[in-house]
Design a binder for this molecule. Structure first.
Ligand code: GUN
Ligand code: FE
Length: 476
């Protein structure tokens, strides 16, 4: 009979590794420096796993498809190595014994939120200065604020609050713009890493049509991007760089070309703005006369789906532009609050869905004023209703569609994120809606009430990639 010795509990100092690799020598060795050594002898040829699956018990709600919710009342989510094993209505349905069952009672358990477009460098301007259209707004309010991030002490104060607010509202993955400043961008990435939250962070690249304090040369931009890629571009990393040419009017052809080349050379994703504002679109037509449409300008520089790409707004995208986005799998970051605040317009979200274009939601702080993706869902639904008033053939968004967009659809940009299907990373929120739940509501009505009238006070626990995420520090 062949016995297998399996070390199932020990501190992994070099000595215990030695024992692990050489089990036969254990009997002859003194066991120094090993705490809690437990050795299993088994004749079973299959490896005898340590029990590492946890079961989380609660009222589980998520969207596999956009048209309806999956609801398991008092169900279980099995989680192992940060990923969902399965969802079931009984603990007995799982093949393996759980290490632990964590019972959240009558609370709701839902996938965590993803913010697909936000400007960390505009955090201070959240909720102010929304009395102009895009181009004037950038020049008068936004560029001067972003210039302050040359000061890393200022960046520390603002960025720690920014990360804290994302945490507060249950946003566990973010695609964010920082500013043009390398050191501050690094700092933001460190803060995300410290928090344990997922983020694609873009050092903004721009070399024209802005204030001097924000302009950089192409060489400077390339060197800074290169540094961040060298430091952070681990494909499995929770915090990663994303190439971020601000938008066509902020970038020379040389800058756009360099960004596209770097994205492809290092296989790094891309984010930018597209077809947001009529004045902006007219300017792009002037700046890029050879391009047939705005998205074509990005495409010519390798910035339109050659690597995974997010384009924010797309309020005026139609026809060929939409078709190219579908073909290239470009994700729209739909930003309904910003689209109203900057007097932009209502994006045709139903057309995005009908055309098979990927969509996520963005708070777009500080064009947008609300960091809660739950609230952004509500604005997205309300605006689609206004759109439906005008164009009767475009049906408004349902709650499950908005939820799916914010969770599973958006989450696809980060891998298998945003659902509780087997293999998905366990990014989740435990919702304690007891103060809202006094009227004999169904579980989906309870979720709807949390989304419409709840807030961060109802989020009891947050998980990212299977880890419970404690409150991040606010720094001064
Ligand atoms: N287009 C270029 N820069 C920006 C920005 O900071 N916010 C928004 N909403 N649109 C932009
Ligand atoms: Fe934006």
């Amino acid at each position: 009979m062949v016995y297998k010795l399996v070390l199932i509990d020990a501190c992994f100092d070099p000595l215990s590794y030695y024992f692990f690799l050489n089990p036969h020598s254990i009997v002859n060795k003194k066991i120094h420096g090993i705490k809690n050594l437990v050795i299993f002898a088994t004749s079973n040829s299959s490896y005898n796993h340590r029990q590492t699956m946890k079961l989380y018990k609660a009222n589980i709600i998520f969207t596999r498809e956009k048209d309806h919710f999956e609801v398991v009342e008092h169900g279980y989510v099995g989680v192992e190595n940060g990923r969902v094993v399965d969802v079931a209505s009984s603990a007995d349905a799982f093949d393996q014994q759980p290490e632990e069952i964590i019972d959240y009672g009558d609370r709701l358990l839902i996938p965590a939120m993803n913010d697909m477009h936000v400007h960390a460098g505009q955090y201070r301007n959240q909720g102010i200065s929304m009395d102009m259209e895009l181009l004037e707004w950038l020049n008068n309010y936004t560029f001067p604020e972003e210039a302050k991030f040359s000061d890393t002490r200022y960046a520390r104060r603002m960025y720690s609050r920014f990360v804290h607010d994302l945490w507060r509202f249950g946003t566990m993955r973010t695609a964010t713009f920082a500013t043009t400043h390398l050191e501050s961008t690094r700092l933001l990435m460190e803060l995300f890493r410290e928090a344990g939250m997922g983020a694609m962070v873009g050092k903004v690249n721009m070399d024209c049509n802005s204030i001097d304090a924000l302009l950089e040369s192409v060489d400077e931009a390339v060197a800074a991007n290169e540094a961040l890629i060298a430091e952070w571009n681990d494909p499995d990393g929770l915090v990663r760089p994303i190439i971020t040419p601000r938008f066509i009017p902020s970038c020379s052809s040389a800058m756009l070309r360099a960004c596209g080349e770097q994205a492809q050379k290092y296989q790094v994703p891309v984010q930018s703005h597209l077809s947001e504002n009529l004045g902006e679109i007219a300017l792009v037509r002037e700046l890029e006369p050879e391009s047939r449409f705005y998205g074509d300008a990005y495409d010519r520089y390798g910035l339109f789906g050659q690597t995974p790409t997010i384009m924010a707004h797309c309020v005026f995208s139609e026809g060929e532009e939409l078709e190219l986005m579908r073909r290239r799998n470009v994700m729209v970051a739909h930003c309904p609050t910003s689209n109203i605040n900057l007097i932009t317009g209502i994006a045709p979200i139903r057309s995005f869905l009908d055309n098979g274009i990927k969509v996520g939601l963005g708070s777009d702080i500080s064009g947008g004023h609300d960091m809660s993706i739950m609230r952004v869902m509500v604005y997205a639904i309300q605006q689609s209703k206004l759109y439906n008033q005008k164009y009767r053939d475009k049906h408004f968004l349902s709650l499950s569609e908005a939820f799916w967009i914010a969770t599973k659809s958006a989450g696809s940009f980060f891998g298998r994120v945003g659902s509780f299907e087997p293999g998905y990373e366990f990014d989740a929120l435990v919702i304690d809606d007891s103060s809202l739940n006094y009227g004999n509501y169904t579980l989906t009505q309870r979720l709807e009430r949390f989304i419409y009238v709840g807030d961060d006070r109802h989020i009891a626990v947050r998980f990212c990639r299977g880890q419970e995420i404690p409150e991040p520090r606010i720094l001064d």
